[in-house]
Design a protein around this ligand. Structure first.
Ligand code: IVH
Length: 703
């Protein structure tokens, strides 16, 4: 992506050449993505190519090529792997970057558990392997199934492939394993095997793998297990999921057991009783890193006592009892060739640095984010500058600084556009209630802006939302470009809309046969039944992402009750409904404000009315049913003595209660410790059940 002349500025001749270049680039990208599991472009880069192609075709309709990418579905619907639902979600890890973050992690744990300074807190340290996680389920000591992490809830069934790994025992050795146990760990490829594999690929004229992690992922996800068998994949076991009975009391004992049962475990794994020990282990691993023979990208710390891990639980996708201390980012210097604007799903305009491609930590980087106009101003970065960039893990590379700010003949400072480059609507910086200006500039075009509509639709069908198999970015673009799908409900009306738009039935389209077309319709139908939280997340409302959607779904359980509350809150400021929404622990006023704004837009109202017709929205995860506090709204006030406020809240939430910060007519239980004041009085006035901490513990103990 070197010659980014603005589409409006292209001459006809340049446009013709550009269309020819784009068709080739898109074809190459498709081949890499679908054929080799080695995409060389990010989704955003790929999307940008397609969008540019479309924009040029729109400006010069007569130049549209017979092999134009906008007429093709790339890759079509892949058969892929079967799905396996994880009995216990596979979580991610929160990150620590500095020694201080590690101290904060230990302090947070002490606070949560209410440990005093005297009580020892053991934490283990081990390398964070740069591979992909794998879950292996053993029934009576025999390997039954293997799954990738997927989205953490549902992974891909890679059983046949996993069986080919030497490090994955078919039968557990030793003794003491639970009759059913799911063992988790990391599949990786060591440096030597990676180099050998790429040498073979090169000799065969195939595309090289970008790094050992991609090679491991590509090798494990082969359609033919015989190919996986030829790839020297390794596996370190470091965790477990569902178990039929407990098998250890500490992480150290558990890892020892995994090793006795025949798994490779990491020899650098060790428990420490001081934060200083953890930090020393981290610096030691940085020092060893280059000689290990496999890639690691940080150190993972875990609370050693398993009963404490249990008490600590998780916040959203992260366990409270573990954290990844990432290695410092890798840096490089290159040239800024252009600054482009990308419009995101919520309309935010992001300036993107197009860079002269450079390898940073084994990966070719050609784009970096510049975040927003204030950041550009702060860096005073201009086209043509030499810039230092950094790349850390999977995060988008960043521009750190300009190296030659005093260079002669430097270009003018970058001007952020005040209109959306996609739809021409005004792009503005919002000013909030407190008079503070948003750093981001947003397009005001809403759904009339193609970038927003397409990004919203992509989000709607994505894994974390409706999770419709066989509809991804490419299919959404194709249906959108043809005027078939421009709003979420259209996905559920596909056959009729294809016909109405004057196209032949889908099975006659290039890239679709009758099998893949009917599979696609079946996949869509399957998702008409959609869980509350996924549906809400899918709407892509600002500030209402996965975590907030989960909170609403758990609190309201029924979609209809939730949406009525939103509508009442929209129409009646300061209503009980508004209060019920805002008072949910973890939900902010911004989320409720965004919901009200969404529900106020007439086109959203129409969209929702139609969309709900198409769907059967399932009740939110019913709170733990046997628990006497399930579904109850609980407020804690005053001083708690047996546990910290955080632990009390987390425990109540995990039993299905809703924790609120204030007392209202909807409160069921007020747990009042010594020193309780106005909340206690209000609860008494409202006739809310009031308990002491001891009574509360009595009620929930043993659950
Ligand atoms: S423990 C609940 N230990 O890192 C904690 N994860 O960012 C489960 N990973 O998805 C993970 N090395 O794929 C753990 N020694 C290690 C690890 C490790 C690599 C990966 C794993 C996980 C990701 C989270």
């Amino acid at each position: 992506m070197n010659d980014q002349i603005a589409v409006e500025a292209l001459t006809e001749d340049q446009a013709r050449k550009e269309l020819a270049r784009l068709v080739t680039e898109i074809k190459l990208a498709d081949a890499a993505y679908y054929g080799e599991d080695a995409p060389h472009l990010t989704d955003a880069e790929y999307d940008a190519l397609r969008q540019r192609n479309l924009a040029i075709e729109a400006r010069f309709p007569t130049l549209k090529r017979s092999d134009s990418p906008s007429d093709k579905v790339s890759g079509a619907v892949s058969d892929g792997f079967g799905k396996i639902e994880h009995g216990v979600p596979m979580l991610s890890l929160d990150n620590a970057f500095t020694d201080e973050d590690v101290q904060d992690f230990a302090d947070r744990i002490r606070r949560f558990l209410g440990l005093d300074g005297e009580e020892p807190l053991e934490i283990t340290a081990e390398p964070k392997i740069d591979g992909l996680s794998l879950s292996l389920t053993y029934q009576d000591g025999r390997l039954e199934k293997a799954a990738t992490r997927g989205d953490g809830q549902v992974g891909e069934d890679v059983t046949a492939n996993a069986r080919t790994l030497d490090d994955v025992p078919e039968v557990l050795q030793g003794e003491g394993w639970p009759s059913r146990i799911e063992i988790r760990g990391e599949v990786y490829m060591n440096d030597e095997a990676f180099a050998a594999l790429n040498a073979v690929e090169e000799a065969a004229g195939r595309k090289l793998y970008m790094n050992p992690r991609n090679a491991a992922a590509g090798s494990l996800r082969q359609k033919d297990p015989k190919v996986t068998a030829q790839r020297p994949l390794k596996f370190f076991a470091y965790a477990w999921g569902e178990v039929s009975e407990p098998f250890a009391e500490t992480q150290v004992e558990a890892v020892k057991a995994l090793s006795e049962w025949g798994f490779d475990t990491n020899t650098l794994f060790k428990a420490h009783d001081q934060v200083e020990g953890l930090v020393a282990a981290y610096h030691d691993m940085i020092e060893r890193r280059a000689r290990l023979g496999y890639d690691i990208d940080g150190v993972v710390y875990k609370v050693n006592r398993l009963d404490w891990q249990q008490r600590l639980g998780k916040v959203s996708r992260f366990p409270r009892w573990a954290i990844a201390h990432k290695f410092p980012a890798e840096k490089a210097v290159t040239v800024l060739e252009a600054i482009d604007i990308q419009v995101g799903r919520t309309g935010s305009l992001t300036p993107v640095a197009r860079l002269k491609p450079i390898t940073v930590g084994g990966v070719v980087v050609s784009n970096a984010t510049l975040h927003n106009e204030e950041e550009i101003e702060r860096l005073d970065v201009r086209v043509g500058d030499q810039v230092e960039i950094q790349r850390a893990g999977d995060v988008i590379p960043q521009v750190l600084r300009v190296l030659d700010p005093d260079r002669a003949g430097r270009g003018d400072p970058f001007q952020m556009p005040e209109v959306c480059p996609e739809c021409g609507s005004a792009a503005v910086r919002e000013i909030d209630d407190k008079g503070k200006m948003d750093v981001r500039r947003r397009c005001t075009g809403g759904l009339i802006c193609p970038a927003q509509a397409i990004e919203r639709l992509k989000h709607f069908v994505s894994r974390k939302a409706l999770d419709i198999d066989g509809i991804g970015a490419k299919q959404i673009e194709m249906f959108y470009e043809r005027g078939i799908v421009s709003a979420p409900q259209h996905i559920f009306q596909l056959p009729a809309r294809i016909e109405a738009a004057g196209y032949p039935p889908l099975f006659e389209w290039e890239g679709f046969g009758s099998v893949s077309a009917s599979k696609l319709f079946a996949a869509i139908d399957e998702r008409r039944k959609v869980p509350f939280a996924r549906f809400l997340n899918g709407l892509g409302i600002r500030h209402v992402g996965q975590t907030t959607s989960d909170l609403f779904s758990r609190t309201f359980v029924k979609w209809s009750e939730f949406w009525s509350a939103v509508e009442v809150a929209r129409d009646t400021p300061d209503s009980d409904a508004e209060h019920a929404l805002v008072s949910i622990d973890g939900v902010g006023g911004a989320a409720v404000g965004a919901l009200k704004a969404f529900a106020s837009e007439p086109h959203n109202q129409d969209m929702m009315a139609e969309l709900i017709q198409e769907l059967d929205i399932q009740d939110g995860e019913a709170p733990a049913s046997e628990s006497p506090v399930a579904g109850k709204t609980v407020v804690f006030t005053g001083t708690l003595e047996a546990m910290t406020r955080d632990e009390a809240k987390a425990r109540a939430t995990s039993l299905g209660a809703k924790v609120s910060g204030s007392v209202s007519g909807r409160t069921d239980i007020l747990v009042a410790g010594p020193g309780a004041g106005s909340k206690l009085k209000k609860a008494q006035d409202l006739g809310v059940t009031v308990m002491t901490e001891a009574e509360w513990i009595d009620l929930v103990s043993g659950l």
